[in-house]
Structure formats: C-alpha cells, structure tokens
Write a protein that binds this ligand. Structure first.
Ligand code: ZN
Length: 355
C-alpha cells in the first residue's frame, strides 16, 4: 500500500504528504469547525515546514548530495537524501540550515507584524493552544517553535545531526552515530514518560524520536558493516546468461531456472549488459517469443570483485536491479560472477556475525 502522496515538486524535488499527515489535517479541520483559525494556522505551519526542509535540501544540493524527496509527517518534515554525508562539516551545515531558516522567517514575521496587524481574538482554541492576538505573531511563534524543536539534540531531529557531526570531528563516524543515537533514544524515553503526565503530544513525539534514533543507528551500522565485505566474498562464481539474440521467452526460462530476477547478457563470452524482469514484463506475453533481448533497453552496469558490498548495493538500488554482474578490472568484458540481493543479505549476516 502507498503511504505517501506526491502533491508537487519544487526545484525538481518531489514533495509528498504521508497519510498520517492527511488524516491529522482532516481531524483538525473537523475538530476546529466552525472556528477554523487553528486549522488555518496548521496549514501555514505546513508551508513553513516545507520551506524549512527546502533549506536543508538546498544546502545538500550545494554539496552535490542528491535529495530524493521531502516527506511530511504530522510532527515535521524529512528530507530524504541519497546518502548521509560522512564529512561532519557538511552534515552540520546541512542540519543547521533548517532551524536558521525557521528563525529568520519568525523574525521577518515579527517585523511584518509592526506593519500589518491582523488582530485575532485571544481565545483559547485548543486545550494547549491560544492565540497571541495577532496572525503575524502567531505565525512567528510557530516558526520559532519549529526552529527550536528541531534543535533538540536527538535523532532524527536536526539537533541530533549537528550533535553527531560535532562528535564525528573527534571520533569514527560510526561511533559518533552510536553515541548520538543513544542520546536520542534517551531523549525519546524521557519525553514519553514526561508526556504521560503532562501532554499526550509529547508521547507521540517521544516515540517518533526513539524510533528515528534507532533506525538511524541501525542504518549506519548496516552501511559500515557492508563497507567491510568485498564483492568477491559473496558473489556466485557462475552465472547463467542469455545472448542478445535470445527471445524474451527463452530469457524468462533462464531466469526461472536460475532463480534470477534479471538476466545477464553475454555474446561469445563478452559481457553486454543486464535486462531487467520489469522491462520484459512490459511486453505482452504473446509478443515475447518474437522479440529479442537486444530490442529491449539494456543496463550497462557492473562491479569489480574488490569493490565493497556497500558500493555494489548502492548501484543495485540506483539501477533497480537484483542482479549485478561482476567483471574483473583487468578484463572488464569478462564476467567472473554475479552478485544478487540474496548475496548482499548474506554478506550482511556474515559481517554481523563477525562483529
Ligand atoms: Zn530540519
């Protein structure tokens, strides 16, 4: 099932709403009806969160880090980047851009409040919220809150990233992550306990922080683990292949027999590329007997036996393939084995046992 929906994109970065965000919007609309001021504020908050996230993304882009998308959750946004920068100086710059932008918007709104005053009756709108009496001031407060909240030194908050970057200046990146994640989890637990007594929202935020910190640590452990295993240690030395002249039906047969999700193409022992299961599935079954493999789009990707599994895995993710040909550096046209997603999973298990 799809849990997030694209609403548009800015500077080529897709912006998606998570289903929980949409549900929260609907709930607030219903609960605040017919007094819709609270709902309007939340809509504004949503815009501010997008700007906050864009600030992260723009700095990321500046350092040539690809931003996959901006995803909005009820308690904030997440910029999904291709890879976490291991250079601390880049990470903290990226992380601090968001809160600084929120503070700047807050200050600008306060200045604007002096020029345009839009008065709002200072009535309590929700049990935990009451207006400051002016739309601009309320919006400024939202931004200051957004900036300050994100500076909490716990993953996946920006403050957690800044904290890790500071640690990583002094120790190994994976160790810095472990410590920062520990602090993050501690924050999450404390917030949840505090929330039980004072505010229901804190419980949700606390749990979000705990899960986020855990995931972040796990992800880093996986990637440092995978970086330590070589392709040649887990590749299959034999590979079933097809020729460019093979029909799609024949190719499917080879794939089924070898239990591959994609097929390797060779011609007279010379490596040609990979044709994916998805490409074959785009062709109607009755045409598969007539069409040749060479008539489909072929991916020209490969990896060398001495490359790390992490690098190989990144290629597989990027190219959306489950089978990566391994070619020797000296003779890059000769396939010496193949790496499959099962091989990657095996590498991970193997490395974890060695740790
Ligand atoms: Zn942020």
């Amino acid at each position: 099932m799809k849990y997030s929906f694209k609403i548009g994109s800015l500077w080529g970065i897709p912006i998606e709403l998570h289903i929980t965000f949409i549900l929260l919007m609907a709930a607030i609309f219903i609960l605040s009806y017919p007094q819709l001021y609270f709902f309007i504020l939340i809509m504004f908050l949503f815009v501010f969160v997008v700007i906050h996230e864009l600030a992260h993304s723009i700095v990321a882009r500046h350092y040539k880090i690809k931003v996959r998308k901006i995803l909005l959750y009820p308690i904030g946004g997440v910029s999904e980047i291709e890879e976490i920068p291991e250079k601390p100086s880049i990470e903290w710059r990226m992380a601090i851009a968001g809160p600084l932008t929120s503070f700047a918007i807050g200050a600008a709104l306060l200045a604007l409040d002096q020029i345009i005053l839009i008065e709002i009756q200072p009535t309590p709108l929700a049990p935990t919220f009451s207006t400051a009496g002016s739309l601009m001031r309320d919006l400024a407060i939202l931004n200051f809150f957004l900036g300050a909240f994100n500076l909490i030194p716990a993953f996946p908050m920006d403050g957690g990233r800044i904290f890790r970057a500071l640690l990583a200046e002094r120790m190994k990146f994976s160790d810095a992550t472990k410590y920062a994640a520990f602090i993050g989890k501690l924050f999450g637990i404390l917030m949840t306990i505090f929330g039980i007594f004072y505010n229901l929202w804190l419980i949700i935020i606390g749990m979000f922080i705990y899960i986020g910190a855990n995931e972040e640590a796990e992800q880093i452990i996986i990637s440092t683990t995978l970086a330590s295993v070589r392709v040649k240690d887990v590749m299959y030395p034999e590979a079933a292949s097809v020729t460019p002249e093979s029909s799609l039906s024949e190719t499917l047969e080879v794939m089924f027999k070898a239990r591959y999700h994609d097929a390797l193409i060779e011609k007279d022992g010379v490596f040609q590329g990979v044709v994916t299961w998805n490409e074959i599935m785009k062709i109607k079954p009755e045409q598969r007997g007539k069409l040749k493999v060479s008539q489909l789009p072929i991916k020209h990707v490969s990896v060398s036996p001495d490359e790390s599994i992490l690098e190989a895995y990144k290629i597989m993710m990027r190219e959306k393939i489950d089978l990566l040909p391994v070619v020797s550096k000296e003779a890059p046209t000769k396939v010496v084995g193949i790496l499959t997603t099962e091989g990657v999973a095996y590498a991970y298990e193997k490395a974890k046992a060695l740790r």
